[in-house]
Write a protein that binds this ligand. Structure first.
Ligand SMILES: C[S@@+](CC[C@H](N)C(=O)[O-])C[C@H]1O[C@@H](n2cnc3c(N)ncnc32)[C@H](O)[C@@H]1O
Length: 214
């Protein structure tokens, strides 16, 4: 994965991240991050989410498209990625002062337990093969602070047995296993949606860790 993403980043990083266009304009690419985040937060808000607290993590940050968007809402954003070439581009294109980019070759991410108010990831888990996809999710749950949220998406299952296999390099993380992991780590499911509406159920999850009673 490390080699694949590094090579892809050298050839055309923005199209490796968002493959619907081959010739991204950098400003439009970053603007798409702000628009995606606005849509994700609007949906999460309907389940009670609001961007509170200071620290956010963007897992699989790529060029920092979503990390830069998150920096509008949080005082300190950490973007982590497996690819040092993606991280080099993220630093080169960074537009804000409150984002830091760090390499993570695998779990655990070197951050203390329960240290982020928002743990965020989009279009990343789908690229991690089992059982590492669930290990990565478990590590993201570990990082969620009391009162904080985890907002992530991952493909879960084929809707019908007759549906084709997911595309090359796309791996499933069955929702039952995601729920079980969340429950064992003290997180509650707040909202779930099929996102986007594809034949393979690709869910976006919003989890919450309750504040502890004093
Ligand atoms: C499709 S891109 C998405 C980037 C970013 N989330 C966005 O939406 O702009 C997937 C990113 O996940 C990173 N990635 C893949 N496997 C990873 C892993 N095991 N740990 C951390 N990052 C990973 C890749 O290097 C790549 O930058």
């Amino acid at each position: 994965m490390y080699r694949w993403w590094n090579e892809a980043a050298k050839i055309n990083a923005m199209s490796a991240i968002l493959s619907n266009r081959q010739n991204w304009d950098t400003n439009e690419f970053f603007e798409s991050g702000r628009e995606w985040l606005r849509q994700h937060f609007d949906w999460a808000a309907s389940a009670g989410f609001s961007p509170e607290g200071t620290r956010a993590l963007d897992f699989g940050c790529g060029m920092g498209r979503m990390a830069n968007a998150l920096a509008q809402y949080y005082g300190a954003v950490v973007g982590v990625d497996i690819s040092d070439e993606m991280l080099r581009l993220a630093r080169e294109n960074n537009r804000v002062g409150n984002v830091q980019f760090v390499q993570a070759l695998g779990p655990p991410i070197r951050e203390p337990d329960e240290s982020f108010n928002l743990v965020y990831s989009t279009i990343v888990i789908q690229h991690i093969a089992p059982p590492f996809n669930l290990e990565a999710i478990a590590d993201l749950f570990r990082l969620c602070a009391p009162g904080g949220y985890v907002l992530l998406d991952a493909p879960s299952h084929k809707l019908r047995a007759t549906d084709g296999e997911p595309g090359a390099g796309i791996f499933l993380a069955p929702f039952q296993m995601v729920f079980k992991q969340a429950e064992s780590q003290g997180l509650e499911l707040m909202a779930l949606r099929n996102f986007p509406a594809t034949a393979t159920r690709h869910y976006q999850y919003l989890f919450h860790r309750l504040k502890r009673e004093r």
